[in-house]
Design a protein around this ligand. Structure first.
Ligand SMILES: O=C(O)C(=O)Cc1ccc(O)cc1
Length: 389
């Protein structure tokens, strides 16, 4: 089946203190608020921010009237990224299909009229945790964002964009749930397996195990629809010890969005700019940049270890099946930033792709360890009272 999704539209964060997250997104991550509603207190506060084509809507968790283009998470929810919203061409048709498939609909088809034309949407709950998807048709709507949001006057263009779009969304899943989750996304939205290794079995995914790591990754995509982005589903393997997937599940027991990969055309430039504005990136031990094989890989990619090591940027040129075999070196560069929320939830990752379509399979151990070190360092600081949750 071809996918009913045409492109990823925005990702919603639901938080108890929107001001704090908005301040961090603006002052550190260089997002610009460009539209909002509820600033007068008459409706729950919803603020849309962008960096490049990446749009986040920050919603206040409240028990007031319902949100536009979303539905509330329970008041007791931790801060959470819980809605990946897509543009679609035909809301009523997709809604009918989802209903006949037995999906849980949170908001039935709703139409908003405005001078710029109509927008219709519905919200479906995913089979995974608190995740929901708002499906929006704005093909007959001629204004910039969405009706119901007021453009913000101070939207002056701001700093140049650091990122272009959402590359992938990675979900932490409870152990054993991957087959049902993948099947749900196939049936509802036409996502298909994106194998990270030759002969990879869909239900087993790509397993990485060793000292302090035990991870199963399965990636899916909508073929031919790069604008939809990929999903990565991550599950911990038994006997891994405490790890980032299970730590996430302590706060989101049924699973949810663990990190969002943002595509950047120039990772060095983006990481420098974000570091200057106060973002901390996960570091790498010197051994990563001293390893002769890695040094050769970095040099082949046209960088030097000295350029990348101050920011902990990782390079990977291990090919996946889908990489074009035209003889050019394909590689990607990636790094995790500190979590946006309390210690172990919602990481933003920067990823620059130079022809490589995977997720840095050769780097996942280093990426995993850097995230784990960051979580452990932050929980240590929380215990010492140096950081409040
Ligand atoms: O490389 C990526 O972006 C991935 O999505 C792989 C991944 C998934 C989960 C982790 O806790 C760490 C790395």
């Amino acid at each position: 089946m071809s996918s009913p999704l045409t492109r990823l539209c925005h990702i919603t964060l639901q938080v108890s203190n929107p001001q704090k997250i908005i301040t961090d997104l603006v002052s550190k991550f260089r997002f610009r608020p460009f539209a909002a509603r509820g600033l007068d207190g008459a409706a729950p506060c919803q603020v849309a921010l962008r960096n490049g084509e990446v749009v986040f809507i920050v919603n206040e968790i409240s028990k007031g009237p319902d949100l536009l283009y979303d539905s509330q998470v329970p008041l007791t929810s931790p801060d959470t990224a819980c809605n990946v919203s897509y543009e679609v061409d035909d809301v009523p048709r997709l809604y009918q299909r989802l209903v006949s498939d037995g999906c849980h609909i949170l908001v039935p088809p709703t139409q908003l009229q405005s001078d710029a034309g109509p927008v219709s949407y519905c919200v479906v709950k995913s089979i995974l945790g608190n995740v929901r998807h708002t499906l929006i048709d704005r093909t007959r709507y001629a204004a910039a964002f969405l009706p119901g949001f007021e453009p913000l006057k101070k939207d002056d263009g701001g700093a140049p964009a650091d990122v272009t779009c959402v590359d992938h969304v990675t979900y932490s899943c409870p152990r054993g749930t991957l087959p049902q989750v993948i099947e749900w996304y196939r049936r509802c939205f036409g996502f298909q397996h994106f194998p990270l290794r030759e002969g990879e079995d869909l239900s087993r995914g790509f397993e990485i195990s060793g000292p302090q790591i035990g991870l199963r990754l399965t990636s899916v995509e909508c073929p031919g629809r790069a604008e939809v982005g990929k999903f990565v589903f991550a599950e911990s393997l038994p006997q891994t010890g405490m790890n980032q997937i299970d730590q996430f599940l302590q706060h989101h027991p049924e699973g949810g969005i663990q990190h969002i990969g943002l595509l950047t055309p120039n990772i060095l430039k983006a990481v420098r700019a974000l570091t200057d504005s106060g973002v901390l990136f996960a570091g790498q031990p010197p051994s990563y940049y001293n390893d002769p094989q890695k040094v050769a890989e970095i040099l082949r990619a046209g960088f030097t270890p000295q350029q990348l090591s101050p920011f902990g940027i990782l390079v990977d040129s291990s090919p996946v099946l889908q990489d074009e075999k035209d003889g050019d070196l394909k590689f990607l560069l990636q790094v995790f930033a500190e979590p946006l929320f309390f210690k172990d939830s919602l990481y933003l990752e920067l990823i620059e792709r130079r022809g490589a379509q995977g997720f840095g399979e050769g780097n996942i151990r280093a990426l995993w360890r850097s995230m784990q070190d960051m979580i452990n360092g932050l929980s240590q600081k929380v215990q010492e009272g140096a950081v409040t949750q």
